[in-house]
Design a protein around this ligand. Structure first.
Ligand code: PGA
Length: 253
């Protein structure tokens, strides 16, 4: 696959951390260091911080994303935020199927597919996360799990929509644990995902960006991003430090 056709994306998933003042400071620091980087950058704050970031990052190379979205377009869904509202607030991306949503908030494969569709319908670019648990890896089920998660969305959205989105391979055992997949482990799964898509849409599969996530840091990003099917990263903990986040972004070329 020709990695040079895909511009890498590095997205910082801030999760549920910080207050508005910290969000402002961090976003401005990222903005100040973002010019001239080869990769595309995105910051993904909690919902309440989205409008602030959209304002601070307007006309900058840094896009804004959200961490989740309702599967419904509107209606009596207390506590939910629709894809249209996210677009209105300035989002370009939205994460769907993050393993924390799947494990802690009941997001099944079907719900993830519905959220993917809702995001697309509103004009957001979904960042679809897939990944296996440690038990699944040890049982040799990694490939089955990630392809099941991908197929659930493919069945509803079709390959053109999936290839127009962004995929993220995030092994659950590597998220927030300090354990990272080796570059070879990441490459193996990324290549599997791309080959699976290529059977349906070879051009789309060659163009789709597949990010790696799970304890990416300045010290390990370069070797992971150098893998041919790794097109950047979804960075959690290390994205809370603007300097380190920018150091990670600088290694995505
Ligand atoms: P981490 O999180 O970098 O803190 O492991 C990644 C993610 O959950 O997106």
């Amino acid at each position: 696959m020709q990695a040079d056709k895909r511009r890498p994306l590095v997205a910082g998933n801030w999760k549920m951390h910080g207050n508005l003042a910290e969000a402002r400071e961090r976003a401005l620091a990222v903005r100040a260091g973002a010019n001239g980087l080869a990769c595309e950058l995105a910051l993904v704050p909690p919902f309440l911080h989205v409008p602030l970031l959209a304002e601070l990052l307007r006309d900058s190379p840094v896009a804004v994303g959200a961490q989740d979205v309702s599967e419904h377009a509107s209606g009596a869904y207390t506590g939910e935020v629709s894809a249209g509202m996210l677009v209105d607030a300035g989002c370009r991306y939205v994460i769907v199927g993050h393993s924390e949503r799947r494990a802690l908030f009941g997001d099944t494969d079907a719900v993830v597919a519905a959220k993917f569709m809702a995001a697309r319908a509103a004009g957001l670019v979904p960042v679809l996360c897939v990944g296996e648990t440690l038990a699944e890896r040890e049982a040799g089920a990694t490939g089955n799990v990630v392809l099941r998660q991908l197929d659930a969305v493919l069945a509803v959205a079709g390959s053109a929509a999936v290839c127009a989105a962004v995929l993220a391979y995030e092994p659950v055992w590597a998220i927030g644990t300090g354990l990272t997949a080796t570059p070879a482990q990441a490459q193996e799964v990324h290549a599997l995902l791309r080959a699976h898509l290529a059977r349906k849409d070879s051009q789309g599969a060659a163009a789709v960006r597949i990010l790696y996530g799970g304890s990416v840091k300045a010290g390990n990003a370069g070797e992971i991003f150098a893998m041919p099917d790794v097109d950047g990263g979804l960075v959690g903990g290390a994205s809370l430090d603007a300097r380190e986040f920018l150091q990670i972004c600088a290694q995505a070329r």
